[in-house]
Design a protein around this ligand. Structure first.
Ligand code: PLP
Length: 359
């Protein structure tokens, strides 16, 4: 059976090598006589898998000493609530930057726990840009500043770490983690669901600086406490063992590809050629400010929306799948995470050119 190019925003394509290795090891993981799915999370086999996975993530992201690296459940959505529960530390306010649908979701959830100050918002610009740092309104009495480094739906990405003064910086990196090098030491918390660049869904990576661990409110549920999860090595309850294993295989693959620096070069090439194709056409258009265009999620609209349905149907028939934009914004979106081969982007570009020629 031929595999398609799947442009889904997540869960999304996994490297074929990861899927094949999982298949090979399905019934008998490395002579253990069992599937990883069947292993006790406290047994020696799974402990070895977990330790390697964590070490690989620390290596790939160059996480410095002084951080806890946690593997939790509940997705990035659970972090929207866990962050205020864990680090408000008696303060009543947090600052949030609103650059799109995912920031908006984080803001809504945080509002249940504290006053949210919108430090900056691109809503008036329909989330097609990032407000200049100089205009951000930051309250130094707030507990932290939260932003979303890549807006998966709107296709807007930060190219650097915001300069924000002294507040702990908290970042939702769900859709661009491991796609480019990042200076972890600049952050209080980095969190990301695994289902885009790190494996299938079911695990949330949370990297939290030690001084932000142990500040949770008294009634924080145990599984939502960074301190308790850190103490239990993210095994306060039974972890999503098979997903940890697949995350580990994906990290091994990334190391084999040359790591984050090497994948960044490929991501720059992939996104660059797709944006060029869009910009050089008269049928397609990307609405995002060129300085902040996402390398991971490339939204585009057709100048005649009446062609949308046909575009999608024909693309599907050509093995180019899940190109519809998010239902909230419409149009198209090509998500081209680490595991999308460059050949997949080339195939999409060729298809788009042919569609334009014939329509
Ligand atoms: N944040 C961003 C940037 C996302 O792209 C997503 C999901 O696509 C989420 C948060 C929510 O993640 P989850 O569904 O894993 O909770």
């Amino acid at each position: 059976m031929a595999r398609i190019y799947n442009f889904s925003a997540g869960p999304s394509m996994l490297p074929e090598a990861v899927l094949l290795q999982a298949q090979r090891e399905m019934l008998d993981w490395q002579g253990s006589g069992m599937s990883v799915m069947e292993m006790s999370h406290r047994g020696k086999h799974f402990m070895a898998i977990a330790e390697q996975m964590k070490a690989d993530l620390i290596e790939l992201l160059a996480v410095p000493a002084g951080y806890q690296v946690l593997f939790l459940q509940g997705g990035a959505t659970a972090q929207f609530a866990m962050i205020p529960q864990n680090i408000l530390n008696g303060k009543t306010k947090a600052c949030y930057v609103n650059t799109g649908a995912w920031s908006t979701a984080a803001i809504k959830e945080a509002g249940k726990y504290c006053e949210v100050q919108i430090a900056a918002s691109a809503e008036a610009a329909s989330f097609t840009t990032i407000p200049a740092y100089a205009d951000w309104q930051i309250d130094s009495g707030a507990a932290y500043l939260h932003y979303t480094s890549n807006e998966t739906i709107h296709g807007v990405e930060f190219n650097d770490v915001p300069q924000v003064g002294e507040l702990p910086l908290v970042c939702d990196m769900s859709s661009n983690i491991l796609s480019r090098p990042v200076d972890v030491s600049r952050y209080g918390i980095i969190y990301a669901g695994t289902q885009k660049n790190m494996g299938p869904s079911g695990v949330t990576v949370v990297i939290v600086r030690d001084d932000l661990v142990g500040l949770e409110t008294k009634n924080t549920p145990a599984v939502f406490s960074y301190a308790q999860q850190a103490k239990a090595d993210s095994m306060l309850n039974t972890p999503a063992t098979y997903n940890w294993y697949l995350l580990g295989l994906t990290l091994q693959w990334l190391k084999g590809e040359g790591g984050v620096g090497a994948i960044e070069q490929r991501n720059i090439r992939k996104a660059g050629k797709l944006y060029d194709a869009i910009d050089n056409s008269s049928l397609y258009r990307n609405p995002v400010d060129k300085a902040y265009r996402s390398r991971m999620n490339v939204p585009f609209v057709l100048s005649d929306p009446a062609l949308d349905k046909e575009f999608l149907a024909l693309a599907e028939r050509n093995g180019l799948s899940t190109l519809a934009g998010h239902r909230s914004v419409g149009g198209m979106r090509a998500s081209i995470y680490n595991a999308m081969p460059e050949a997949g982007v080339d195939a999409l570009i060729a298809f788009m050119a042919e569609f334009e020629r014939t329509h």
